[in-house]
Design a protein around this ligand. Structure first.
Ligand SMILES: Nc1ncnc2c1ncn2[C@@H]1O[C@H](COP(=O)(O)OP(=O)(O)O)[C@@H](O)[C@H]1O
Ligand SMILES: O=P(O)(O)OC[C@H]1O[C@](O)(COP(=O)(O)O)[C@@H](O)[C@@H]1O
Length: 315
């Protein structure tokens, strides 16, 4: 495949990420937090940022609140992204991400704006000719209020029926319903897979069994990310595991999953094989945890991580 793959990322519920750090959150107390940054984000926008840093031209779309869109528009322009976001009245939400030096990241994800029937109808109508514009569409993140998982699944199906390669990275009911549209690639994390499976997954064998069941639903590529334990990719070629090197200085794990999705799409766009693609996606995601923001700011660091990813064929 040439670099000409036409890509769009879709973020139906974007957010500003307010990222900060402190030793430990004291619930019910006043906590002083070191500010690491306030970034225009949301899953599809993060994926687009990584792809743009890697030199990919692409389109970003979804819904964006009119009232506080300035920093988003600036970021799209700076990154050379084609902005096709549908504007709605109101503000895009702010999510709060706190990294504790003595614990994991705590995410406070707010619900955000509500999409009215008319805006959903107009947005989905515009998307019915996406096959003329794009080859691959990555639909990432949660649903805004006003869009039901069933409406979402029906819309995803309409994308699939246009012949688009649909990448889905979502959670909860949006993931479960969205899977019925048989996306081409999904990347749940371990917890999201457990929610889909309806029971805890206690070890790698149980994760693989659940992921294989997911593939049995008609999904060609199932990638399960498992935080610092790496990831597995299951498709018709078998099960491939990737272990990135341990990051000694975790700044923020926010955006690790999005960076992995971007790495997978990048590998596909380059025409790389499964091993090269998963190795690269592992490296882009492992790099993400060493920085507060999302993106490939240090290509030398990426190369170094890349050469230390360990791949294992499990079947
Ligand atoms: N502490 C870490 N050290 C190195 N790599 C990591 C670490 N945490 C996450 N990663 C990489 O990021 C990928 C995605 O992380 P994960 O937390 O599973 O996704 P999500 O952000 O979707 O929850 C992992 O599969 C791994 O490759
Ligand atoms: O769309 P959701 O599920 O509400 O999540 C949005 C949040 O996810 C992020 O995209 C981070 O996602 P990952 O850590 O899973 O890569 C944040 O930027 C954003 O605040």
């Amino acid at each position: 495949m040439s670099q000409q793959l036409r890509i769009a990322t879709v973020t139906l519920n974007p957010a500003f990420d307010l990222v900060g750090r402190l030793a430990r959150i004291e619930i019910g107390e006043v906590n002083t937090v070191e500010t690491l940054g306030l970034y225009p984000a949301g899953k599809g926008i993060n994926v687009a940022k990584v792809l743009a840093d890697l030199g990919t031209c692409l389109t970003v779309t979804g819904f964006l609140g009119e009232e506080n869109q300035g920093d988003f528009v600036h970021a799209f322009q700076q990154n050379g992204m084609n902005d096709e976001f549908y504007r709605i009245q109101g503000k895009t939400r702010i999510n709060v991400k706190i990294t504790e030096t003595e614990a994991d990241v705590t995410d406070l994800n707010f619900l955000g704006f509500e999409i009215c029937t008319n805006d959903w109808r107009k947005f989905t109508a515009l998307s019915q000719r996406w096959n003329e514009q794009f080859d691959l569409v990555a639909v990432c993140g949660s649903l805004p209020r006003g869009v039901s998982p069933e409406q979402f699944a029906e819309w995803l199906k309409s994308l699939h029926e246009q012949g688009l390669k649909v990448v889905l990275d979502s959670s909860n009911a949006a993931l479960t319903c969205g899977l019925k549209a048989q996306p081409w690639l999904v990347k749940p994390n371990r917890r999201e897979l457990e929610v889909w499976a309806g029971h805890p997954l206690n070890n790698l064998d149980e994760i693989i069994t659940a992921a294989q069941q997911l593939r049995g639903e008609g999904i060609e590529n199932v990638i399960i990310s498992m935080g610092e334990k790496g990831s597995i990719w299951i498709n018709q070629e078998g099960v491939l595991q990737a272990q990135p090197p341990r990051c000694e200085n975790v700044v923020s794990t926010v955006g690790a999953g999005d960076s992995m999705v971007a790495g997978l799409i990048y590998g596909f766009a380059q025409g790389w094989d499964k091993a090269q693609t998963l190795r690269f996606a592992s490296a882009t995601s492992a790099l993400a945890v060493s920085q507060s923001n999302v993106g490939i700011s240090d290509k030398t660091a990426l190369e170094q991580i890349l050469s230390n990813v360990v791949l294992t064929e499990l079947s």
